[in-house]
Structures are given as structure tokens and as C-alpha cells.
Design a protein around this ligand. Structure first.
Ligand SMILES: Nc1nc2c(ncn2[C@@H]2O[C@H](COP(=O)(O)OP(=O)(O)OP(=O)(O)O)[C@@H](O)[C@H]2O)c(=O)[nH]1
Ligand SMILES: [Mg+2]
Length: 399
């Protein structure tokens, strides 16, 4: 499961990526700073059950800070995308290729309206960020469409001749694009096209199918960035109004970057996703920092209650991708593994997963030996096919 950070050039993608992964991708105020995609680990933030259970955890696959569990997710920062990228403009095709495996996208737009279509800086409020959402969605859809179109006749004919289940076949042929079979089935149904006769689909059928499949397989959150500039409210209201079905999160990736770096140096106390910070060492705060913090107080915390960066990652995982987090344990009384580590692991799983799925996720041998599970909170046995809930602590029973 990879989360892609995308958008046109110079909107703050690398700044967002660096702030959320604590890595050092190059940031600069001109287009195409990023050429090769950067990959790093970001985190979702959830309450750690240690507090509720009155215990102290020893995390292994995640980290816990002051009762907050940060669970890793892979993130990818790609080159900026300009109009007609699907025809290869800018770094078009390369950028699009880098996105193949992303299961959700965070679309960073410059909500201050201070960047044109090509990523050149222009005076604030001179560009409507809603237009960026339209063009970017269309670029991705046209990219998919062209890939389908190039191969369609061949695969449609082959599927029909060989009498294959076309929806499954399509998923297999384009496995590299990360389409799930259930999304293909849903897109065929919604587009109202005949899966038994794909060779008869018109271009318009194929495009409708592609658009729906894109929405399902690469869902997007809009990060309305650069809120620190202070004149973004109108554009954010317009984005919410123009895209009522999308999640729009006001963000300041620059603020998040400053806050996490000041927290890292011990100058302030701040955790990603906090709605405030506290100065703990005045001597580490320069005049420049102080000025930046004043702006962050006023424009970011004052107006939006946070930098929004953590919120985007959490929403991508929980709302767009509909995941849950489950804590497997081996000792349901101590909530620990065999070595006594309390709440050692936090697994991100698809909603609808069962204890049996969890067993297979831990190890195929555990999955094969699965005979049942215990809810460690209630100490009750639960059925192997019962749907797990977010935050469940589960002991797997094996033969
Ligand atoms: N005011 C403000 N500036 C920001 C913010 N995020 C990024 N910037 C600035 O915007 C410019 C571009 O930032 P990058 O992170 O390099 O943008 P990018 O989208 O990765 O750009 P490319 O790699 O060229 O596509 C830099 O000057 C950043 O300092 C923000 O939240 N607020
Ligand atoms: Mg970049």
C-alpha cells in the first residue's frame, strides 16, 4: 500500500513529503525540482491502546510517542505534472509511471493561487486551484485510457475468443497498474458496459469506464496547501464547493516542516497532527524561527487548527482506502508477544478483514494452522470469519 503525493510543479509536494517522512527530498521555488520519484516511510497517527489498558507498550513495527501510535505507510513523491502530460509533456509519462502502484493519492494544490499551470510563481490569487484538480484528474484518466486503448482490441478479442472472465483478465493484464478486481467489476457495472463483449465498447464507453475505475482505484484527497500565506480561505471554500464528494484538507506543509524540525532539535514540543506546540528551549529559537512561528500561530493554527499534513495521511488510509489497524498479541492477558513486548505490532488491514486474514498476514504458517481467535479486551473467543474492528487486539489460536 503506497500513498502518492502528486500535483503540478512547485506546489509543495516535496515539502509535504519531507515533513511527513522526515526525509530530505530537494525543495526549491521553481518547477521540476523533483525528477526522480522519492520513496520514504510516513506514518498514520492513532491512539495507542496502552493508555486505555493502563500499561506501557514496547512497539516493534511502529513507534509510540506519549500514547500516540505512529504506524508506517510507504509514501512516494513524484515529479510535477503539467497539462498534456499524458502526451509526454513535461516529465509526463515518467511521472505517471511512478504512480502505478500507489493505492491512494494526495493531490497537493497551491491554495494561495500563486502558481500557474506550469508551476511558475505568479502573484497570489491569480490562479484558481480548482482548475488544477480538473486538469490533473483528466491527465491521469487520459493516461489510463491511452494504455487501455493501445491494447484493447487485442485483449478484448482474446478474452472473447478464449471465453475468459473479462473482468478478471483485465485485472491480470494490467496488474502493474494496481487495479483490484472488485474495482473493475464496480466500474463495469457503473459504466453500464457489457463485460462479455468488450470488443464492442465504443471509445466513449471505454473512457467512462476508465474514469470510474480511476476514481475507485486511485482515490484522491485534495491538500489545499500553503495556508500559511493567509489568503487561502476563499479558494479552499471554492474547492470544497466545486468538489463536494472529495475530501479537501487545508495544509501548510511548510509549517509542518518547520514544526517537526524544531521539535527534532528540542526547541519545541510538537507531534505531527497536534493542534498546538509548546516552546521548551528558548535558546534554540532564532529570530527567524520566531517570525515563522508567529505566522504559523496566526494563519495555520489560528485559522485551521493544524497543519493538516497528518490529517491527509490519516484520511488517505482510513477514509479513502478504508483500512483498520489491528494489534496482534500472543498473550491476551499481558497484551504481549512471547518475549513480553506489550502491543508490539500494529497492522494496517483492509476493512472487512477477519481474524483468519490477520493470521495469514502474520505468517502463512499461522494462517494455515488457524483454528480461532480471542479478543484480548474481552477475553472472549471470536469466530474466524467475524469482521475485525479498528483498534482490535487479537490473539490467534493455532493447531
Ligand atoms: N508558503 C508556503 N510555501 C510552501 C509550502 N510548501 C512548499 N512551499 C514552497 O513552494 C516551493 C516549492 O516547494 P516544493 O516542495 O519543492 O514543491 P514541489 O511540488 O515538490 O515542486 P516540483 O518538485 O518542482 O514539482 C518552495 O519554495 C517551497 O518552500 C507551504 O505550505 N507554504
Ligand atoms: Mg518536488
Amino acid at each position: 500500500m503506497e500513498i502518492g503525493v502528486i500535483g503540478k510543479p512547485n506546489v509543495g509536494k516535496s515539502t509535504f513529503f519531507n515533513a511527513s517522512t522526515l526525509s530530505g527530498a530537494t525543495v526549491a521555488g521553481y518547477p521540476f525540482t523533483t525528477v526522480d520519484a522519492n520513496k520514504a516511510i510516513g506514518f498514520i497517527r492513532i491512539p495507542c491502546p496502552e493508555q486505555e489498558l493502563g500499561t506501557k507498550c514496547n512497539p516493534k513495527n511502529s513507534k509510540c510517542i506519549e500514547g500516540n501510535r505512529f504506524v508506517p505507510v510507504e509514501m512516494i513523491d513524484v515529479a510535477g505534472l503539467v497539462p498534456k502530460a499524458h502526451e509526454g509533456r513535461g516529465l509526463g509519462n515518467k511521472f505517471l509511471d511512478d504512480l502505478r502502484q500507489a493505492s491512494a493519492l494526495i493531490h497537493v494544490v497551491d491554495a494561495s493561487g500563486g502558481t500557474d499551470f506550469e508551476g511558475n510563481p505568479i502573484p497570489p490569487s491569480s490562479h484558481d486551484p480548482s482548475e488544477d484538480v480538473h486538469f490533473l484528474e483528466e491527465e491521469i484518466e487520459l493516461w489510463f485510457f491511452n494504455i487501455f486503448k493501445r491494447n484493447w482490441d487485442k485483449i478484448a478479442r482474446r478474452a472473447q475468443i478464449e471465453g475468459r472472465d473479462f473482468m478478471k483478465y483485465l485485472g491480470d493484464v494490467f496488474a502493474g497498474l494496481g487495479f483490484r478486481e472488485k474495482d473493475i467489476v464496480e466500474a463495469v457495472r457503473t459504466a453500464d458496459v457489457n463485460p462479455d463483449k468488450p470488443a464492442e465498447w465504443s471509445d466513449s464507453d471505454l473512457f467512462t469506464f476508465t474514469r470510474i475505475l480511476r476514481k475507485l482505484s486511485k482515490p484522491m484527497i485534495i491538500a489545499a496547501n500553503k495556508t500559511d500565506i493567509g489568503i487561502t480561505e476563499q479558494n479552499i471554500a471554492k474547492l470544497k464547493n466545486d468538489f463536494p464528494h472529495d475530501i479537501v484538507v487545508p495544509t501548510s506543509s511548510m509549517a509542518e516542516n518547520i514544526l517537526v524540525s524544531l521539535a527534532g532539535s528540542g526547541a519545541i514540543r510538537y507531534l505531527p497532527g497536534d493542534s498546538n506546540y509548546k516552546i521548551v528551549d528558548e535558546t534554540k529559537i532564532t529570530d527567524k524561527h520566531r517570525k515563522a512561528l508567529e505566522i504559523i500561530d496566526k494563519n495555520v493554527f489560528g485559522r485551521f487548527g493544524g497543519t493538516g499534513v497528518q490529517e491527509c495521511i490519516n484520511k488517505a488510509v482510513f477514509d479513502l482506502l478504508e483500512r483498520i489497524v489491528v494489534f496482534p498479541v500472543e498473550d491476551e492477558n499481558k497484551f504481549s508477544d512471547k518475549e513480553g513486548n506489550v502491543l508490539p505490532d500494529a497492522y494496517i488491514m483492509e476493512k472487512g478483514s477477519t481474524p483468519r486474514d490477520l493470521a495469514f498476514k502474520i505468517h502463512s504458517e499461522i494462517g494455515e494452522g488457524f483454528i480461532g481467535a480471542i479478543d484480548a479486551r474481552t477475553k472472549r473467543k471470536i469466530a474466524g470469519d467475524k469482521e475485525l474492528k479498528n483498534g482490535d487486539i487479537i490473539k490467534i489460536l493455532t493447531r
